[in-house]
Design a protein around this ligand. Structure first.
Ligand SMILES: Cc1cc2nc3c(=O)[nH]c(=O)nc-3n(C[C@H](O)[C@H](O)[C@H](O)COP(=O)(O)OP(=O)(O)OC[C@H]3O[C@@H](n4cnc5c(N)ncnc54)[C@H](O)[C@@H]3O)c2cc1C
Length: 244
């Protein structure tokens, strides 16, 4: 039996409720950042990054990432070209920078850059950063539903596919010890996952440190970081250490 395109309405005694059907054996929840399954398991936090994105029509040649702690805060603004349009967007922790302020900063940046946002539809989507485990009895939380996305840059496509594979292997062989593969995948969450709760507890202080102190160092950061950060061995060593 296939349930493609059938929304999951909720959970009842660990059984997923679809329209008139129930899934009672195994459930791989891949329903994204706002996962109804995760919420019904009782897990939710305000550890989210709120993103906005505009698919702006046009021929954009270069992939661009703009990073300036003083101007935009703890975020980056991206231009990701596709065929005939580019995804242009940004995102940040709403506890530190309210959504209205993030939009204002982003609109100003787009204006300076000569990008006409009025030509595109505005889309908003959260990325969830609270991790509450992968296997809950016969239910597996995967991808953004579990918060496998990288807590530094929000990227999570690879992790969504990989966590789905791990869940499938667990079902195929219930005796398989999935823990080391899971630990390896969780490193992306761990990069910044440890600091986000602190930023929620001390939002003003965090913002002052990031935008004030970090902003002061911006001229030095913008010369040194791209130079050093583009070295492959620095990326591997740095991310390896913080992902431990
Ligand atoms: C603006 C933005 C830009 C991003 N850019 C990148 C990038 O460049 N590279 C990268 O690696 N990652 C990027 N990410 C992150 C990436 O999109 C996610 O990590 C990834 O899509 C997670 O995959 P997922 O399958 O877990 O969830 P999703 O892709 O969110 O898929 C969840 C699916 O579940 C469905 N669903 C939800 N609720 C129900 C329900 N009740 N019943 C049935 N179905 C349901 C949804 O319709 C959706 O199809 C970006 C995220 C955002 C917000």
């Amino acid at each position: 039996m296939t349930f493609a395109e059938t929304p999951v309405r909720g959970l009842d005694k660990n059984e997923a409720i679809l329209n008139d059907e129930r899934i009672d054996k195994y459930l791989i929840a891949a329903d994204g950042s706002t996962s109804i399954i995760r919420r019904q398991l009782g897990f939710n936090t305000d550890q989210i990054c709120q993103c906005i994105e505009y698919p702006v029509p046009g021929d954009f040649e270069k992939l661009e990432i703009h990073f300036d702690l003083k101007k935009y805060g703890l975020t980056y603004v991206w231009i990701f070209p596709h065929k005939g349009y580019a995804s242009v967007g940004t995102g940040t922790l709403p506890s530190m920078v309210p959504a209205s302020e993030m939009s204002e900063r982003f609109n100003r940046w787009a204006l300076d850059k000569g990008i006409d946002l009025a030509k595109a539809e505005r889309r908003a989507h959260p990325i969830y950063f609270g991790y509450h485990g992968f296997k809950h009895g016969n239910i597996f939380l995967t991808g953004d539903a579990a918060s496998f996305a990288c807590s530094i840059d929000g990227e999570g496509i690879y992790q969504a596919i990989r966590s789905g594979e791990i869940a499938a292997k667990c079902i195929i062989d219930p005796k398989w010890n999935y823990k080391s593969e899971l630990r390896d995948l969780l490193k992306y969450h761990r990069y910044g996952g440890w600091i986000i709760p602190w930023m929620l507890v001390f939002p003003k202080l965090s913002r002052n440190i990031v935008e004030g102190f970090g902003g002061m160092l911006m001229p030095a950061i913008s010369t040194i970081v791209p130079l050093v950060g583009s070295m492959k061995f620095v990326q591997r060593a740095g991310l390896g250490i913080i992902g431990k």
